[in-house]
Design a protein around this ligand. Structure first.
Ligand SMILES: Nc1nc2c(c(=O)[nH]1)N[C@H]1C(S)=C(S)[C@@H](COP(=O)(O)O)O[C@H]1N2
Ligand SMILES: [Mo]
Length: 514
């Protein structure tokens, strides 16, 4: 029997099993599908450099890239299982069942596992094994004996039966894909998502000061001073976005506290909520990168909730935990001082989008997201840096992550086809919590020229800047650097994102045409 046919059987059978497994998962335990469980575990096991590389290669499409990668590996192993089943039955089936078992075990070890989380993967393995046995059996009669192929022409039924075998295999694969598509459609329309639409946010007790009209320079290609929700970068370890029903949500404040506090969704919405602009930034953002955005958040000060719980002397850290097990270590001080550290429920006038942490997340000005901005938050544990460790700490990232002073050139863009003449260089600069005093631009090896700063929304947000430029034909190198309100100048010293954020000046090569 030619190997490619057995590969096809393997792929058809495994696609069928995996697709039905995902469908079962969507019905009974959304985050427990075989792909999601295995992918989530790979993310958690990934060595420190892997996150950087994945983001560098695929940006915020890193999760899709991971799923495609898993699918390719599974397809290769499925083909191998088909070949094995034909050569050495029942070893092909055993391999498929073993995949299912591994998936089931992995699904049970996920932080958000439920009692039935093992079932979809186990089911996928069983269905895949049965389908493989059945498909290979259809292939066998006209191809037997395996070791001594009959001469051509002695098996007139061979061609039509091969065709029907191929049809069955393709049908199995197609059914599996359809089931997987149905599963993802079900995930996209489930109850928690409808809950977001039903949320009516209360009117803020304290509105943010109005955005100065001169904060937005309105230059084409320059990042808008307020980032629309659907353009806001998304970074997290969640392969499927956790769906949290606000009616069932609560936040527990515990650990080194005089009094445990539990807060429900209705209680939170009943508190006097405050609006504030804060620019969120990811520690993985390269110099010049786009993992940063600015939004109007609506929320309640964390310091007020901590004041109710009364942290014990000696506590120096708050470990916030998400429903999916992610944790962040925030210095206690950053949550008790007078900055706008909030439990946010609103983003740019809407309930938090599911991707950005619905129903509740933390937002802390001045700290990178990985040590502060926990989405789908359920727990605040008052503790110490000595006693507890957050998700990224053992993975090669610093336990503390204050945002570094940075600036970025947005225009002219590299591939703009710029013509000589009057144009503008523009970008953004930020150091949340400190604020930006000045931005300077250097063209080729000329003097540093002061850019014009737009009005700041607040010291917790980025600021736009611009500089008119009479561009001459030829190649040019543009550089920018910012000065913060403490008078510090952005360092030219290059650092990679790991372990605590990139540094260095953003440079851009530009070709100007006649
Ligand atoms: N639950 C959870 N919250 C999380 C993360 C995560 O992986 N899981 N990632 C953090 C990181 S690294 C960043 S930069 C911000 C990004 O928030 P955004 O996706 O809303 O832009 O979320 C933070 N909160
Ligand atoms: Mo991040």
């Amino acid at each position: 029997m030619p190997s490619p046919l057995t590969w096809v059987a393997g792929v058809g059978a495994v696609a069928f099993g995996a697709g039905l497994g995902e469908l079962l998962a969507a019905l009974i335990a959304p985050a427990s599908g075989p792909f999601v469980a295995v992918g989530g575990t790979l993310i958690d096991l990934a060595p420190p450099w892997a996150k950087d590389t994945a983001i560098a290669l695929f940006g915020t499409a890193d999760k899709i890239a991971l799923l495609v990668g898993i699918a390719l590996v599974v397809l290769a192993l499925a083909a191998l299982a088909g070949w094995l089943e034909a050569r050495r039955p029942p070893w092909g089936r055993v391999v498929v069942l073993a995949f299912g078992t591994v998936g089931a075990v992995v699904a049970m070890t996920r932080p958000d596992a439920g009692a039935l989380s093992w079932l979809p993967s186990a089911f996928a393995g069983a269905v895949g094994a049965i389908a493989l046995w059945w498909l290979i059996r259809r292939l066998r009669p006209d191809d037997a004996p395996l070791t001594d192929p009959a001469p051509p022409g002695t098996r007139p039924e061979s061609a039509p039966s091969r065709r029907s075998f191929l049809a069955w295999s393709a049908g199995a694969a197609a059914a599996g894909i359809l089931a997987a598509v149905a599963a993802s459609a079900m995930r996209a329309t489930d109850a928690a998502l409808t809950a977001i639409k039903a949320v009516v946010l209360p009117t803020p007790a304290a509105k943010a000061p109005p955005v100065p009209a001169t904060a937005e320079l309105d230059i084409p290609g320059l990042a808008p001073v307020i980032t629309p929700n659907d353009e806001f970068y998304r970074i997290d370890t969640a392969l499927v976005v956790p769906r949290v029903d606000p009616a069932e949500w609560s936040l527990r404040i515990h650990g080194m506290v005089a009094e445990e506090v539990v807060l429900t969704w209705d209680e939170l919405l009943g508190l006097p909520l405050e609006e504030s602009f804060t620019t969120l930034a990811c520690v993985s953002n390269e110099v010049g990168g786009s993992l940063i955005g600015n939004a109007l958040w609506l929320g309640y000060p964390v310091r007020e909730l901590l004041a109710r719980a009364r942290p014990a002397p000696g506590a120096d850290m708050v470990l916030s935990r998400s429903i999916d097990g992610f944790t962040a270590s925030t210095p206690l001080e950053a949550l008790t001082d007078d900055r706008n550290a909030i439990l946010a429920v609103g983003m740019n006038g809407e309930p938090l989008p599911a991707d950005h942490g619905f129903p509740v997340r933390m937002v802390v000005p001045g700290l990178y997201g990985y040590v502060s901005a926990t989405k789908w938050i359920t727990e605040l544990k008052v503790t110490t840096f000595a006693a507890d460790e957050a998700y990224w700490t053992p993975r090669g990232w610093s336990e503390r992550g204050p945002i570094k002073l940075q600036s970025r050139i947005d225009v002219p863009r590299r591939a703009q086809g710029l013509k000589a003449g009057d144009t503008v260089i523009a970008g953004v600069a930020w150091q949340q919590g400190v604020g930006i005093e000045a931005v300077e631009v250097q063209i080729d090896d000329g003097d540093w020229r002061p850019a014009e700063l737009a009005a700041a929304v607040s010291d917790d947000t980025w600021v736009q800047w611009s500089l008119p430029w009479k561009a001459e034909a030829g190649d040019h190198l543009l550089r920018c650097r910012a000065t913060n309100r403490d008078g510090e100048v952005q360092t030219s010293e290059r650092a990679r994102p790991a372990p605590n954020g990139a540094s260095g000046w953003h440079e851009r090569f530009i070709t100007v045409f006649e």
